[in-house]
Design a protein around this ligand. Structure first.
Ligand code: ATP
Length: 327
């Protein structure tokens, strides 16, 4: 059985973008693949975090994965920092990655620009991500389009290592959703809906209440043409609403276009809001049942045990091939 693996950083509250771009993919494919989903908490500290908030968000992320439909009997669910092998492998990979390759990562360039003092961790983060992926021989990595370049770097690093030291890692491929690979900010529809944005006005959080969700969608920036159809370049706001609707309804964009063709923008927004509210309220009900229960810890204990076993074997093989210690 092929393996899929993904993670969502606990660096902010998860958004509708995280759900559509990543978590929904995991839910869709969990019957077909051996599925791994984790909380990349070590990635989150590439940018300053409040320790107490970070700890809370790790737990929240896990509860949200489950509330969104990730089935613990079909997925291995774990926390990155509870497995010390991720960082161990990452170091070896760093020593096999070129400065030029790492410097080309567009997310690093964008995020570094926003920091007064960007850290070295922010720069090497894609290599830790490569480690997260190839440590478990993942075949596919369900991510939004913004993470494609990182998965491609993981491929390059794995291929180079295999060539230098002999066959060790599977070569992973990104798995990008057909619809919803990039959900845009409702206020600035040419920018990704991002949990680290300066304002939450254009961002729908998975835990937003109904009134807030409706207000944000009804206030979405559109255009003055008044006709509903998909054109991401010239009508980014309307196209984004069509994308959100199609993703949540599991239909194609042209089906949504056909359905809404005689709607005005106000009515379109209202129906998109209805669909988002229905989906998120259902997630929130499940989330509230899970967040304070003991089931989460049991699931995470199991994930820690399974992944440590797999990772130990892989890292010892790597150390041995590279010539480290007495492995
Ligand atoms: P930030 O927005 O703070 O940079 P991020 O991109 O790191 O956050 P995560 O929640 O860690 O966001 O991303 C988890 C997954 O969700 C990734 O695969 C990412 O590609 C996907 N994702 C996040 N935002 C969107 C979006 N707006 N549209 C589609 N996919 C998204």
């Amino acid at each position: 059985m092929k393996r899929i693996l993904t993670g969502l950083q606990p660096s902010g509250e998860l958004t509708l973008g995280s759900l559509i771009g990543s978590i929904s993919q995991m839910v869709k494919y969990q019957d077909e693949y051996d599925s791994f989903i984790f909380v990349p908490d070590m990635h989150a500290i590439t940018i300053k975090q409040d320790p107490k908030l970070l700890k809370e968000r790790i737990r929240k992320n896990v509860a949200l994965y489950l509330a969104c439909g990730v089935d613990p009997s079909k997925n291995t669910i774990y926390i990155q920092s509870e497995n010390l092998y991720h960082a161990n492998l990452s170091w070896v990979l760093e020593c096999n990655t070129y400065m030029g390759e790492a410097s080309r990562m567009t997310q690093y360039k964008d995020k570094a620009k926003k920091q007064v003092n960007a850290t070295v961790g922010l720069f090497t983060y894609p290599i830790l991500m490569a480690s997260d992926i190839i440590l478990y021989d993942a075949d596919y990595v369900p991510v939004g389009i913004d993470q494609k370049q990182h998965v491609e770097l993981a491929r390059d690093i794995a291929e180079r290592f295999n060539k230098t030291y002999g066959d060790t890692f599977k070569i992973p491929s990104p798995m990008i959703p057909e619809v919803g690979a990039k959900i845009m900010d409702l206020q600035e529809p040419t920018k990704k809906m991002s949990k680290s944005a300066d304002s939450y006005k254009g961002i729908i959080l998975l835990l937003d209440d109904e009134k807030t969700i409706r207000k944000k969608i009804m206030g979405a920036v559109t255009d003055s043409e008044g006709k509903v159809y998909y054109d991401a370049c010239n009508k980014p706001g309307i196209s984004n609403l069509l994308t959100i609707y199609s993703s949540l309804k599991n239909i194609k964009i042209n089906e949504a276009e056909e359905y809404f063709k005689d709607y005005n923008y106000g009515n379109l927004k209202k129906e998109v809001a209805d669909v988002v509210v229905e989906k998120l309220l259902d997630i929130q009900t499940k989330y509230n049942e899970l967040i304070n229960g003991s089931e989460l810890d049991k699931i995470l204990d199991r994930g820690r045990e399974v992944t440590n076993r797999i990772a130990k074997e892989k890292v010892e093989e790597v150390f041995s091939k590279v010539g480290l210690g007495r492995y």
